[in-house]
Design a protein around this ligand. Structure first.
Ligand SMILES: Cc1cc2nc3c(=O)[nH]c(=O)nc-3n(C[C@H](O)[C@H](O)[C@H](O)COP(=O)(O)OP(=O)(O)OC[C@H]3O[C@@H](n4cnc5c(N)ncnc54)[C@H](O)[C@@H]3O)c2cc1C
Length: 424
């Protein structure tokens, strides 16, 4: 591919057109492209795959994910709050397969040999020239006493969208009048900092309208609401003071499977519907491959291009990455999507021997505080060379001054657009 063709393709690519001014191609004698294998058909992986194929269709792109369809975590709280259905947040990979010729292997990856450049699934071995890992988070139940796999039935997390989202949504719908719901929130960092508080708001909003004399107890391991605190608090005080009981510094440390109780350091909480969101870390596969530094729970990456600091030809994006390397960006779908694009450009640059683009990322996080109104926080980030970190650009961050129905509409529009961006 020559310089003119590459520039034309990047120019045609609206999703990265903001990066166009930074593109600086030194070597027009591009190497032949190779095979890029991507682990994870989620927010980071899909964004990287589609970006590569849009710019450089010659590159072979293979995605490994055991899931046969995409179910969105963003907007899954709307399902739990009975505003949307599972069908509204579930999509096929058909466009990526048929329009972009991205190959999918629906198997579980079990091993990576970074020396031989091979990733192994439970069915086969796949070699790669570049490997992009976006496997999200692993839920870490080792801190929860008495936890076993059967506990999911009464204590779903619904922190990976799918079966548990539906289970929790049904449990809320079937809650009897006079019943108690309890949500347990882990210490940060975890995926989607405002997510548990939005979930609490939407459950409370549903209970207020449809169930009599019900309670929602929020057991937060953190000292306070860790995202958009004042705006959530204001809405809770105004709408749900008779429903929500918020307890800070009160994380769940165990469960009583027989009596269906949450156990905290202070007391046992009996609840008809429980939502246990456990602590999180990067998946064990990354640890086993040596991609996580000792003492850390998250993968070590260079913030400029999301290449591993440890293994060659491996890139890691999304929730699995360490904030102490990347900088203070939230573990969000929007950030994973941005990282996917930055990383895709870096991979193409390496395959074609081009100069890499200085990264720019964006995040807007919408949360509903009721079935009618939302709040939001936004930031634009770029790379700070002195600190070797991704940093928010001064003046380019902002919290919505108050809640509004317009923000609720914006939230759904945002989701519709970004789903199209990844899957359309
Ligand atoms: C309730 C909730 C609400 C949220 N709301 C928002 C929001 O409004 N806005 C926002 O920006 N973000 C939101 N998020 C956060 C967002 O979902 C995550 O930050 C995002 O999914 C991270 O993308 P990722 O690519 O790192 O991981 P994921 O999207 O989780 O993708 C990981 C993929 O890897 C696959 N995988 C993992 N290991 C293997 C393996 N060994 N073999 C095969 N496949 C594997 C998984 O099946 C999965 O499909 C929310 C999250 C939750 C839980």
């Amino acid at each position: 591919m020559n310089r003119r063709l590459l520039l034309k393709r990047i120019g045609n690519l609206s999703v990265v057109s903001s990066l166009l001014p930074f593109i600086n191609i030194h070597n027009s004698n591009a190497k032949s492209p190779g095979r890029v294998v991507i682990l994870g058909a989620g927010w980071g992986g899909l964004s990287a795959a589609k970006t590569i194929k849009k710019i450089s269709p010659e590159v072979e792109v293979i995605i490994i994910d055991q899931n046969r369809q995409f179910t969105s975590c963003p907007m899954s709280n709307w399902v739990i709050g009975q505003l949307k259905t599972m069908e509204d947040i579930t999509f096929s990979f058909d466009n990526l397969k048929n329009k972009y010729y991205i190959k999918f292997i629906h198997e579980k990856a079990i091993n990576i040999d970074s020396g031989k450049k091979v990733i192994k699934t439970d069915g086969q071995e796949i070699s790669y020239d570049k490997l992009i890992l976006s496997p999200g988070v692993e839920l870490d139940y080792s801190f929860i006493e008495n936890w076993n796999e059967n506990s999911i039935g009464h204590f779903p997390s619904a922190w990976k969208a799918g079966y548990e989202t539906k289970l929790l949504s049904d449990n809320i719908k079937n809650l009897p009048n006079g019943g108690v719901v309890a949500i347990s929130i882990p210490l940060g960092p975890y995926r989607c900092p405002p997510g548990p508080y939005e979930r609490a708001s939407l459950i409370a909003s549903y209970l207020k309208k449809h169930k009599k004399n019900t309670k929602l107890i929020i057991l937060d391991s953190n000292q306070k609401i860790i995202s958009k605190g004042a705006l959530f608090k204001e809405a809770w005080d105004e709408f749900y003071s008779d429903i929500i009981e918020y307890r800070s510094n009160s994380g769940v440390v165990g469960i009583d499977n027989s009596n269906k109780n949450f156990i905290t350091d202070f007391d046992d909480i009996k609840c008809d519907v429980a939502n246990l969101i456990p602590p999180q870390r990067a998946p064990k596969l990354l640890k086993a491959t040596g991609l996580i530094n000792k003492g850390s729970n998250w993968a070590a990456v260079n913030p400029y291009d999301f290449s591993s600091t440890i293994a060659e030809d491996i890139f890691i994006i999304g929730d699995s990455t360490s904030q102490s390397n990347v900088g203070r960006v939230p573990k969000s779908g929007y950030i994973a999507n941005s990282m996917g694009k930055v990383c895709a450009l870096a991979v193409i640059a390496e395959l074609y021997d081009l100069e890499k683009v200085s990264p720019s990322l964006i995040n807007t996080c919408y949360s509903l505080v009721s079935s009618k109104e939302g709040i939001s926080v936004s930031a634009v980030y770029d790379y700070n060379k002195e600190e070797n970190k991704i940093k928010s650009i001064p003046g380019a961050t902002g919290l919505s001054p108050n809640r509004s129905s317009i923000i609720k509409a914006n939230a759904w529009d945002w989701a519709t657009n970004i789903w199209e961006d990844m899957l359309g």
